[in-house]
Design a protein around this ligand. Structure first.
Ligand code: GLC
Length: 428
């Protein structure tokens, strides 16, 4: 009897130790670098994933929202061959530049799932036959406009060309200011000295028929239509766009717009659901259309988007690959699109009725998304970062009045030649 009594606590102790041991089993940690507004989605998707995979812990490393700042940070990690990040969220324009640091996802099941994504993005992410990143969401520059204000000032439809936008923006601005909204502006966009300005300026130039900076392996940026396009944008500042726009990245422009202080905004699709959120003052009072055309040009959207790539310095490549494949899966992309209007890269999702009724512009603007104009990142790889840097600095100097458009683009073509070695095509 005495002996049996001793066995009970002994067994209890053993069970206790075993339980503690099971709970303490080390989880595999996958570190994911992600930033900007989508970080909320990343956190929610990480919870979904780890509920199904209790042996994995996803740690989110918040990185800068600005593409330019983010790249600078990533380059430091890569330079140090750091194993602190397993998954990098990378811009569409980077695969060619970062190729040497990234894992070929074809070896981790990427090739099977890549077929469902837009082929152009998969091709963009494939360097020398290596699939370096899975598409996560795609972006195209869009024009947001206030339906209520257009109606109030007697406009029956949104602008189709830049002249119309300028006219509507100044009239609405004048009227709203007259009615007491002194800090109301006509048009906001992204004019900071960073990658986003390259996207905005590419749209201005291409929509005026001035090309896409570098085409067919030739530097074409110095041409009368490109010069006129940049000049036109510089003319908006202080008139229909706030002087602070030369310091704006995406979020400051959205904040001004979403607080009801602008008639028009150029931005990416993610602003749609945020603008329609319950607490938004512009909820139900806006819509999106393609950006306007210039004289002799067409309506152009710059192509953007983000991908998930694995670091070749990671110690957990297999686990990280599984996480990246889940995050870019149809289930996760549908979640991002429904919750936060991040455009899927999986073609079939554009036929999904639930998604189309949440974001009607997915159906309406489908052609804009698939015809969006790429920046010259593939043709100039691995030097695209320098190319873009020279371009946005030149444009910024015109916006701030430090240089004339003709002069800035004239110098730019030679700087671009020095970096790329490509031929210049000059048109006076
Ligand atoms: C968006 C685009 C990205 C682009 C960036 C510029 O995030 O998706 O491709 O480089 O804006 O600000």
């Amino acid at each position: 009897m005495k002996r049996e009594l001793l066995i009970v606590p002994f067994l209890a102790l053993i069970i206790c130790l075993l339980t503690v041991n099971v709970l303490a089993v080390d989880k595999t940690v996958v570190n994911w670098a992600v930033g900007g507004s989508i970080i909320k989605m990343a956190r929610e998707l990480a919870v979904m994933y780890t509920e199904e995979h209790p042996d994995i812990e996803i740690k989110i490393l918040e990185v800068p929202a600005s593409s330019t700042e983010r790249l600078n940070l990533y380059l430091q990690f890569f330079e140090a061959e750091s194993d602190k990040v397993d998954i990098y969220t990378i811009d569409l324009i980077w695969p060619g530049m970062l190729a040497e640091h990234l894992v070929d996802l074809n070896q981790y099941g990427g090739s099977q799932v890549a077929r469902a994504h837009f082929p152009a993005i998969v091709e963009n992410n494939t360097v020398d036959g290596r699939l370096l990143a899975m598409p996560w969401y795609t972006d195209a520059g869009l024009l947001y406009y206030r339906t209520d204000l257009l109606g109030k000032y007697g406009y029956s439809k949104p602008p189709e060309n830049w002249d119309q936008l300028e006219e509507m923006a100044s009239r609405i601005q004048e009227g709203e200011r007259g009615a007491g909204k002194e800090d109301f502006w006509g048009y906001v966009w992204q004019g900071n000295v960073y990658e986003g300005l390259t996207c905005n300026a590419l749209e201005w130039i291409a929509s005026h028929g001035g090309g896409t900076i570098i085409e067919d392996r030739k530097i074409t940026v110095y041409n009368p239509r490109a010069i006129a396009a940049i000049e036109r944008a510089a003319g908006w500042i202080g008139k229909i766009s706030p002087p602070a726009v030369t310091g704006f990245i995406e979020e400051p422009s959205r904040h001004l717009w979403q607080s009801g202080h602008a008639a028009f905004m150029r931005n990416w699709p993610y602003c749609y659901r945020l603008g329609n959120a319950a607490e938004s003052v512009i909820k139900g009072k806006f819509d999106v259309v393609p950006l306007p055309a210039g004289e002799g040009g067409q309506r152009v959207a710059a192509l953007g988007g983000w991908q998930l790539a694995l670091s070749s310095y990671s110690n957990n490549i297999a686990a990280a690959a599984d996480v990246a494949l889940f995050m870019t899966s149809e289930q996760a992309q549908k979640y991002n699109a429904l919750q936060a209007s991040y455009n899927p890269t999986i073609k079939a999702l554009y036929q999904d009725q639930e998604l189309i009724s949440a974001n009607p512009f997915y159906a309406k603007l489908y052609d804009v998304f698939i015809n969006a104009v790429a920046r010259p990142s593939t043709v100039t790889a691995p030097n695209y970062n320098q190319v873009s840097n020279l371009f946005y600095h030149a444009v910024h100097a015109v916006l701030t009045g430090d240089e004339e458009s003709r002069q800035a683009l004239g110098y730019l073509q030679f700087d671009l030649q020095q970096v790329t070695g490509l031929e210049i095509v000059t048109e006076q």
